[in-house]
Ligand binder design. Sequence first.
Ligand SMILES: C[S@@+](CC[C@H](N)C(=O)[O-])C[C@H]1O[C@@H](n2cnc3c(N)ncnc32)[C@H](O)[C@@H]1O
Length: 274
Amino acid sequence: MNQVSAFYTGPGQLLAAISSALDAAGVDRTSLRPADLAAVDEFHIRGRRATLEIMAALALTPDSHVLDLGSGLGGPARTLAELTGCTVTGVDLTPEFCQVATALSEWTGLSDLTRFQVGDATATGLPNESVDAAMTVHVAMNIPDKHALYAEAYRVLRPGGTFVVYDVLQGEGGEVYYPVPWADDSSTSFPATLEDMRGLLPLAGFEVISEIDSSDESLAWFQHMRAKIQREGPPPVTFATFLGDSFAQMTANQVANLAERRIRTVMFACSKPS
Ligand SMILES: C[S@@+](CC[C@H](N)C(=O)[O-])C[C@H]1O[C@@H](n2cnc3c(N)ncnc32)[C@H](O)[C@@H]1O
């Protein structure tokens, strides 16, 4: 197994762990909605709120077919599918995440609108110009060849389609403190700078429509999450369900990384010219 997917793959039984945690908390799985799983399956800074911003930028309809590059446990895909009626194909390197994503879609009644396949976001194997919109959320930090990632998004997207990138960037404050939720150390972490991104997206052929830096909101989001957990205890399932005991240290590092601007969170909305 590749070093990146090894990082995301736990000791196994992730679906069983999620299932028993929900049962223990008395959550009725027959009426589960995507929002109920957001603390575990929206695996990026600012969670579901950020996904709703991506959804607005993509301007989807029920006819839209969306590609999610690095779809994780599928929270962003299910949120888009539930709220717009679009269909989403997720591609992710980590087989266990794809299996769990497929099961969570069954639990939430969204199997018809979402599907998840194991693959590399830099070479999905999907046909040229086969999707109406594409997104990638907190994935490029794990991918050294970012041109290959953005060129693949461009190839698969139809002309006139929108591509949204929401990622963690290298900030100006210095080296990232590790571990973080995407890597134990710098051997699998390659965050681009803002300047890199301003070159990479046009190089792949995209016109950048907007660039929104949410680093302040990201810091507030972590602080709010930590305070809420201290006050009320954690929700039944969280990123700790698969990140394990290091999650507390990762969260502390992320607060410091954001406060010291060692990382930034930035969303880019791009268009593929017609
Ligand atoms: C931090 S998670 C984000 C998951 C999801 N986008 C979300 O926001 O909930 C990063 C994901 O990227 C996936 N990933 C990393 N490198 C990849 C690659 N080259 N191709 C496909 N997926 C990749 C990992 O397996 C992991 O699921």
